[in-house]
Design a protein around this ligand. Structure first.
Ligand code: ASP
Length: 443
C-alpha cells in the first residue's frame, strides 16, 4: 500500500462514527443541549412535518410560500447542484488513481457496470410487473383541465451513446452533464496512472480536492432541514393534500415494488456474492437509508454511504471508486418509478401497451436512470423521455408531479442501497480473486 493510500485508509478508520449526517448523539456527553442531540436525519423529518403543516396553513395564500419559503429550497438545491460536478469529478479520479493499475480499474469497473446494469434492468422490470398486476391506474379519474408539461426530445440510442463522449473539457462541467463528467474523470484517471511518478503532484491534489468536496457536501447537508422545509411547504400550499388521495395507489404500488427490490434483489446479491447476511447489511446501511429518505439526494448521501460501506468491511479502493460512480449512474429506485409511472399514465389515458412497448420502457428507463442526476426531483424530468419513447402523452408527468416528492424519497433510498449492495459484492469478489492469486503464487 502506498503512503497515500495508507493515509486514506487510516483516515477512513479514524473517521468519527457519528458523522454530521447521522449526527447520532454520543451517550456520554450529557451537557449537549437537546437540539444538538437529535440527529440530522431526525431534524430533516421534523422539517418535513413542519413544512407540511406550514403548507396547509398557507393554502389560502400560496404566494407567501412561493415568495418567502421556496427560496430556502432553491438555495439548498442550488448548493447541491454546485457541488455535484466537482464531487463526482474528483472522487472518481481519486478512486481510479487509488487502484493504481488500468487493468484493475477495468476489472473492478467491468464488474461494477455489469452489476449496475443488471440490477437496474431488474428494477424496471419489477416496476412494470407490479404496475400491471396491481393495476396501478385503476380508479384514477383524469382531471378535466388541460395538462401542460414541457418535454425534451428523446435522443436515439446511438445518439445517447455518442453524447456520452464530450468534445470539450469545460462544457460538460458547466452544464452538469454527468455522464460526460464521468468520462472526463475516467480518462484523466487513466492518464494520471499512465504518467506514473510525474503525476504525483496531481494525485495529491485530486485526493485533497476529493476530501475537500466531501467536507463541502457535509456542510451543505447540515442545512438540509431548511432546504427540505423550503421545498415541501410551497408544494403543499399550492396543491393541498387533495393531490395525494387520487394518487395514493400509485404511491403504494411504487413503494411495494421498491421494497421488493431491496428485499429480493439487494438481499439476494449481498448473500450470494458478498456472503453477508442481508439483515446485517440492512442494519449497517440504515443510517444512509434514513438520510436518503429525508434528503432525496443520492449525491448528498454519498459521504455517509462511503462510511457505511467501509464500516461493513469494503476496501477503500473499491468503495471510493464504485460509490461515486453509483451515486451518478445507478438509479434503480428511479427506474422502478419510471416503469410504474409509465404504466400508470398509459392506463389513465386508456392506452394499451404491447409487450414490445414495455420492453422499450425497460431499455429507455435504464438509460434515463443512468442520465438522472442524484439530486431531488431529477427522476421526474427524465420520465418525460421514457414516456416519449413509447409515444405516451408527456403531459402525464404533470399528473404525478404532485406526489413526486413522496416517491423521490423512497426511490433515493433504493438508489443508494443498490450502490451499497454492489460495493459489498464487487469488493468480496475482488478479495476472493486476490486471495486465489496469492494462493497460486505461494504454490
Ligand atoms: N432524487 C433521486 C436521487 O438523488 C433522483 C431522482 O429524482 O430520481 O437519487
Amino acid at each position: 500500500m502506498t503512503d497515500d493510500k495508507e493515509a486514506r485508509a487510516g483516515k477512513a478508520q479514524s473517521a468519527p462514527s457519528a458523522s454530521p449526517a447521522d449526527g447520532a448523539a454520543v451517550a456520554d456527553e450529557p451537557k449537549k443541549p437537546w437540539f444538538k442531540r437529535l440527529s440530522l436525519t431526525t431534524w430533516i423529518f421534523i422539517a418535513l412535518a413542519l413544512g407540511v403543516a406550514a403548507g396547509l396553513a398557507l393554502q389560502g395564500t400560496p404566494e407567501i410560500a412561493d415568495t418567502y419559503i421556496k427560496p430556502l429550497g432553491t438555495i439548498f438545491l442550488n448548493l447541491i447542484k454546485m457541488i455535484v460536478v466537482p464531487l463526482v469529478l474528483f472522487s472518481i479520479i481519486a478512486g481510479v488513481v487509488s487502484l493504481e493499475d488500468v487493468k484493475k480499474v477495468g476489472a473492478i469497473g467491468g464488474k461494477t457496470i455489469v452489476f449496475y446494469l443488471t440490477t437496474t434492468a431488474f428494477a424496471v422490470t419489477l416496476g412494470l410487473i407490479f404496475a400491471n398486476v396491481m393495476n396501478v391506474g385503476a380508479g384514477y379519474i383524469l382531471p378535466a383541465e388541460d395538462l401542460v408539461y414541457e418535454a425534451k426530445e428523446a435522443p436515439s440510442f446511438i445518439d445517447t451513446i455518442v453524447n456520452i463522449f464530450p468534445s470539450n473539457f469545460v462544457q460538460p462541467m458547466a452544464d452538469a452533464t454527468m455522464l460526460q463528467v464521468i468520462v472526463i474523470a475516467l480518462v484523466f484517471g487513466f492518464g494520471i496512472i499512465a504518467a506514473g511518478k510525474k503525476a504525483a503532484i496531481v494525485v495529491e491534489f485530486t485526493n485533497a480536492m476529493s476530501d475537500v468536496c466531501i467536507k463541502v457536501m457535509h456542510g451543505i447537508i447540515m442545512i438540509a432541514p431548511f432546504g427540505v422545509f423550503g421545498l415541501i411547504t410551497p408544494v403543499i400550499a399550492n396543491n393541498g393534500p387533495e393531490v395525494l388521495a387520487p394518487l395514493l395507489w400509485l404511491v403504494v404500488v411504487a413503494y411495494v415494488a421498491m421494497i421488493c427490490q431491496i428485499a429480493l434483489v439487494y438481499s439476494g446479491i449481498v448473500k450470494l456474492f458478498a456472503r453477508m447476511s442481508p439483515l446485517k447489511f440492512l442494519k449497517n446501511q440504515a443510517p444512509a437509508m434514513g438520510f436518503a429518505f429525508a434528503s432525496a439526494s443520492s449525491v448528498g448521501v454519498l459521504p455517509l454511504n462511503l462510511e457505511c460501506a467501509k464500516k461493513m468491511g469494503a476496501s477503500d479502493e473499491v468503495a471510493s471508486f464504485v460509490l461515486p460512480l453509483g451515486a451518478t449512474i445507478n438509479m434503480d429506485g428511479t427506474a422502478i418509478y419510471q416503469g410504474v409511472c409509465a404504466i400508470f399514465i398509459a392506463q389513465v389515458f386508456g392506452i394499451d401497451l404491447t409487450i414490445g412497448q414495455q420492453f422499450t420502457i425497460v431499455l429507455t428507463a435504464v438509460l434515463a436512470s443512468i442520465g438522472t442526476a442524484g439530486v431531488p426531483g431529477s427522476g421526474m424530468i427524465m420520465l418525460a423521455m421514457v414516456l416519449q419513447s413509447v409515444g405516451l402523452p408527456v403531459e402525464g408527468v404533470a399528473l404525478v408531479a404532485g406526489v413526486d416528492r413522496i416517491l423521490d424519497m423512497m426511490r433515493t433510498v433504493v438508489n443508494i442501497t443498490g450502490d451499497a449492495a454492489v460495493v459489498q459484492s464487487v469488493d468480496a469478489i475482488q478479495k476472493r480473486s486476490y486471495a486465489r492469486k496469492e494462493q497460486k503464487l505461494a504454490a
